[in-house]
Design a protein around this ligand. Structure first.
Ligand SMILES: Nc1ncnc2c1ncn2[C@@H]1O[C@H](COP(=O)(O)OP(=O)(O)O)[C@@H](O)[C@H]1O
Ligand SMILES: [Mg+2]
Length: 382
């Protein structure tokens, strides 16, 4: 693509011929491309490895190591084999392997050595406005790829394009996304894009229609259990099955949170036996037990008792949103209230949750919910 002009070197890349035709030369070339987000660039000494957080240490390196997302793995493996890679859009809840999959794909395509030259990875810590698309992304997309050596080609297909991974792209402004649309189109001969987000609806339609979409599902308990047990044996840690089950049930299919909770528990007990209660403590969730005094106070229909219990609960340091979650599970499971009353209380809990996220006062909101529970107890037929 483009005329063969005199070779130019753009730091920090030593690429052969920049495509001057499509490049906007008024834009200064980027000098710091953040490709160092992965463990490839971490010190490889044994002690440094030991100190790595487990989520990084046990991040799957190859496509087939990624648990559960079988369809995505099969499609991408096929794409690697044929060298025919479309633009990609990975979406799904956190901790399901999206970033891991993108990095594993890049590593499979190019191998460790030229990975740095071929991949630009940007995440939410970078600025997400239109200027970043005009400068950093566009400049990288413009760069012509260097020729892989025979050694690179031996183990990896090394297709003649680059990969731009835009992690957490749902935080990009709409203007930036619109600018990206043009870049995707005009550079698709030498560049592929991999967009990663939690909410696909926050990506504008012209971009989603240009990409092959892959939905990442929360990991089921069985897959998580397998991975967690592997980590335990890799770390020489013995934990009782109840602890693993508790970690899984608290993480809701988020593998990152499961691994982090497990490591925190292990650190907390400094290598000793981890108890189920430690898991609850470390996960930051509010256990239902903590909300029981408030529930009892509501049952007694005493407003002042409810107020005292709410104040105690807030003082104990649990986040308001977590308190509401614990409360909702008690309300839903309770045989004491009819479904219609449960529904009313749940609507109230939902509203309180929204107002809390918007910055309302925790004590007042939880008391409001408590008041409504008292009302439900007063109104029910005895
Ligand atoms: N499908 C999976 N298989 C194995 N490990 C996973 C999977 N998904 C997440 N993990 C673990 O969770 C960590 C975070 O995963 P990541 O890919 O960054 O999640 P996200 O979907 O939020 O980008 C990884 O380092 C890995 O240890
Ligand atoms: Mg991610």
């Amino acid at each position: 693509m483009g005329p063969k002009s005199s070779p130019k070197i753009f730091p920090p890349f030593q690429l052969e011929m920049p495509n001057t035709e499509a490049m906007d030369l008024s834009d200064p070339p980027s000098t710091s491309l953040d490709v160092d987000s992965d463990d490839d660039f971490l010190p490889s000494s044994a002690s440094a490895k030991r100190e790595l957080p487990w989520v990084e240490k046990y991040r799957p390196k190859s496509l087939t190591d990624v648990a559960h997302q079988t369809e995505t793995v099969a499609t991408l493996t096929n794409a690697v084999a044929t060298g025919n890679l479309p633009h990609l859009l990975f979406y799904g809840p956190p901790g399901t392997g999206k970033t891991t999959m993108a990095l594993a794909l890049a590593r499979t395509l190019w191998g460790q050595r030229i990975f740095k030259d071929r991949v630009l990875e940007m995440n939410a810590s970078d600025e997400r406005g239109i200027s970043i698309v005009r400068n950093k992304v566009k400049n990288f997309a413009n760069l012509t790829v260097s020729k892989p050596t025979a050694e690179d080609l031996k183990d990896h297909p090394c297709p003649p394009f680059k990969l731009i991974i835009l992690d957490e792209s749902d935080t990009m402004t709409v203007d930036a996304q619109s600018a990206l649309r043009r870049v995707i189109e005009s550079h698709s001969r030498i560049t592929r894009f991999c967009l990663i987000c939690n909410y696909v609806t926050r990506i504008i339609a012209p971009i989603t229609s240009r990409c092959a979409k892959f939905r990442f599902q929360p990991l089921p308990g069985e897959s998580m259990k397998g991975r967690l047990l592997e980590i335990c044996s890799g770390e020489n840690v013995t934990v009782i099955p109840e602890v693993i089950d508790k970690v899984i049930s608290l993480s809701n299919g988020d593998m990152r949170s499961a691994v982090t909770t497990l490591q925190s528990c292990y650190n907390l007990t400094s290598g000793g036996a981890v108890k189920v209660s430690d898991v609850e403590e470390m996960s930051g969730r509010c256990p239902t037990k903590a909300v029981e005094p408030m529930w009892e106070a509501c049952k007694s229909k005493s407003f002042s008792a409810m107020q005292t219990s709410v104040e105690d609960l807030v003082c104990s340091g649990y986040p308001g949103v977590e308190i509401l979650k614990a409360l909702s599970s008690i309300v839903v499971a309770s045989p004491l209230l009819d479904d219609s009353y449960k529904a009313k209380v749940c609507v109230k809990i939902g509203r309180a949750d929204k107002t809390l996220v918007e910055g309302a006062d925790e004590t007042l909101q939880i008391m409001d919910v408590g008041g409504n529970i008292i009302k439900a107890f007063e109104a029910r037929r005895n």
